[in-house]
Structure formats: structure tokens, C-alpha cells
Design a protein around this ligand. Structure first.
Ligand SMILES: [Zn+2]
Length: 107
């Protein structure tokens, strides 16, 4: 079996052609597919911190965040068949979402 190599058009990483879709590596496919949810996650996270600072009830926001995480997991599963790999991708995306809230903070 031949494994042709190509470069991902987003991150320029060299990957096996069989693993790319639209010229993108799996990681970039995942990143793109959950981009809107990741922003939503970051937004809710900031909202929760604001509420918490005001001693307000954050139960509802916590449920919203959990729902967004579920949807992210769902989308990732559609791209990544392997459960453990899918979990890894999700963890990375959530990390990014949390990092995002720090970069946006104070703006
Ligand atoms: Zn890539």
C-alpha cells in the first residue's frame, strides 16, 4: 500500500494524503468544524465568571457550557472514528477555548 504525503493547506504539516480532506489534516478539520462552538464556549465561560463575581446563580450557564461541550464532542466524533483520539481532540479544543477567554479578557 502506498502512502502518499501531502501538506496541509492550513498548518502546512506533512500528512498522509489518505488522512486529508479538502487538503486539510485531521487536526485542522476538527479545528474548523468546532470553531463556532469553541467561540460560544469561550463566551459562556466569560459570562460564568462575570456572574460568579457577582455571586449570581451560575447553574444555568454551567448547563449551557456542558451542552456546548457535548456538541463539540459530537462533531469531533463525526470526523474522528477512534474514541480515544476523539477525546484527545476535544481536550485540545477545550484548552484552546479556555485560552481564548484569557486573550480576550480585558479587551
Ligand atoms: Zn493542518
Amino acid at each position: 500500500m502506498s502512502s502518499l504525503l501531502s501538506f496541509c493547506r492550513d498548518c502546512s504539516k506533512q500528512v498522509q494524503s489518505s488522512q486529508t480532506r479538502d487538503g486539510r489534516c485531521l487536526e485542522c478539520q476538527v479545528r474548523r468544524s468546532v470553531a463556532d462552538l469553541r467561540d460560544e464556549h469561550a463566551r459562556l465561560w466569560r459570562k460564568r465568571e462575570r456572574y460568579r463575581a457577582q455571586q449570581a446563580n451560575v447553574d444555568q450557564i454551567r448547563r449551557q457550557i456542558a451542552r456546548v461541550e457535548d456538541r463539540m464532542a459530537q462533531r469531533i466524533k463525526e470526523l474522528v472514528a477512534n474514541d480515544r483520539e476523539a477525546a484527545d481532540h476535544l481536550a485540545r479544543e477545550l484548552e484552546t477555548a479556555r485560552g481564548q477567554r484569557y486573550t480576550i479578557k480585558g479587551v
